[in-house]
Ligand binder design. Structure first.
Ligand code: GUN
Ligand code: ZN
Length: 441
């Protein structure tokens, strides 16, 4: 059974930080995407493809833009209910708001209810893949993957490891964290579309023994991910120095345990030394840039030019980091990322922002053979974006066909700055409609 979609299409075939924008994109003002068994069967210009698919039912979205689904590189599902908690920076915020909230997730039913809510919010925002922290409770990971499997989503998630500097009700041990994570890997990694991440919260809340145990587990399962935080806040960096007096730097606390590699995701990376950037580059590790969180928690301004340098390039994706982050919308995340670059006298073009949230994220996660663009054979997770979804956006974006790269960039920039969940008309998972915006708002 074939199905096809007709609209304007944009995807990426190369990294616009290192290639010209015109060479890095595919843009069809009138394009066609053909799906078979949940995967891309054909993709291109409507006129060029239409005769071949004359008998295929076509859903047309006039005036809309279809792109691959967004990839959120770092987010905490249990923190959805404590988004917008006032007045603190990282360490105080964790103690005052985050840990008490995460304590509720020892109840699997509660965790499942929240996971379902969280995933439906992601779909509403056009996010089809995310790298997700659960809590220290293994049942919160089961709850998450059960809900994401029901929705057939490609998700990366894992149990948080914490054996110090946390309340007793949230602590595991080096041994129990190893055993529980191992059981969860066996159960969930590559089960359907689920993928597992070994998830030490950060070096503040893990003893060297726990990090070593996590490293041992990674050596046993080298194709799982590692997901943690790195160098977000100055007080945190100082605390890590105290806790690991023999480490060269913060990154070295993970490196020493064998946790730094091409599937290791480090959220934030704001206060890194040059050596740490070089080591991230050398190991092909991944940075999750989380601008709404970095501004909300007053953590600092990420240096994207350093990360995307030619000498020591580091793979970068965009993360919402809810509940430190203030929105699940990747469009709003791009908006704040742009402002962070402005504060640093740098630039993030709208095409670069869309790249980070699609193919850039997929490449960073070594998933570019499965998701991230509309190459034939890829899993058909895509979104329908309405550039005229509010009256102000309709005013800013008159109905006209975009013919040049400049016109396309301008339109995308209005989506980056003004867009949010209201601009997401539909979200498709493996070619099936998973979310559609109701006409009555
Ligand atoms: N560092 C350690 N835990 C957290 C968390 O939950 N949120 C953020 N933003 N940073 C962290
Ligand atoms: Zn985080």
């Amino acid at each position: 059974m074939l199905k096809a979609y007709r609209a304007a299409f944009l995807d990426f075939i190369a990294d616009p930080f290192y290639t010209t924008e015109s060479e890095s994109i595919r843009y069809f003002p009138d394009g066609l995407l053909v799906i078979k068994d949940g995967k891309v069967e054909a993709f291109g210009d409507y006129e060029a493809l239409k005769d071949e698919y004359i008998n295929t039912p076509i859903t047309a979205y006039p005036g809309m833009l279809i792109t691959p689904g967004f990839i959120d590189m770092h987010v905490h599902f249990p923190q959805i209910e404590m988004i917008a908690s006032y007045g603190e920076q990282l360490l105080e915020w964790l103690n005052k708001y985050t840990f008490p909230t995460e304590g509720k997730f020892n109840d699997q039913n509660y965790a499942q209810q929240m996971a379902g809510f969280f995933l439906d919010e992601l779909l509403k925002n056009g996010t089809t893949t995310a790298v997700v922290l659960a809590t220290v409770f293994p049942q919160s990971v089961d709850a998450f993957f059960e809900e994401s499997s029901k929705r057939n989503l490609r998700m990366v998630a894992g149990k948080v490891l914490m054996d110090r500097n946390a309340p007793d009700y949230l602590k595991d041990t080096a041994k129990s964290s190893y055993e529980q994570s191992k059981e969860l890997i066996e159960k969930w990694h590559n089960n359907g579309r689920s993928l597992y991440a070994i998830t030490p919260r950060f070096s503040v809340t893990s003893t060297p023994e726990q990090l070593e145990a996590a490293g041992k587990l990674l050596a046993e399962y080298p194709d799982v991910y590692v997901h943690t935080h790195l160098s977000e806040n100055r007080a945190e960096v100082d605390f890590v120095k105290e806790l690991f007096p023999d480490s060269k730097n913060y990154l070295d606390t993970y490196d020493h345990a064998g946790l730094v590699g091409e599937r290791s995701i480090f959220a934030h990376c704001i206060h890194l030394s040059e050596q740490e950037f070089e080591r991230l580059s050398e190991t092909k590790a991944i940075i999750a840039f989380c601008p709404t969180s970095n501004l909300f928690l007053g953590s600092g301004l990420f240096n994207i030019n350093q990360a995307k340098s030619s000498d020591y390039p580091v793979k970068v994706g965009l993360g919402t980091d809810v509940g430190g982050g203030t929105s699940l919308s990747m469009l709003q995340t791009m908006n704040e990322a742009y402002k962070v670059t402005q504060m640093r006298q740098q630039k993030l073009s709208p095409l670069q922002a869309f790249f980070l949230a699609t193919l850039g994220g997929a490449k960073a996660l070594c998933l570019e053979d499965k998701i991230g663009n509309f190459d034939v054979g890829k899993e058909a997770d895509f979104i329908v974006i309405n550039p005229r979804s509010t009256s102000l956006m309709a005013l800013r974006n008159p109905e006209e066909v975009l013919n040049t790269l400049e016109e396309l960039s301008e339109r995308l920039f209005t989506l980056v700055i003004m867009g949010d969940d209201r601009a997401i008309q539909s979200t498709y998972i493996m070619g099936e409609l998973a979310y559609e915006k109701s006409l009555i708002c």
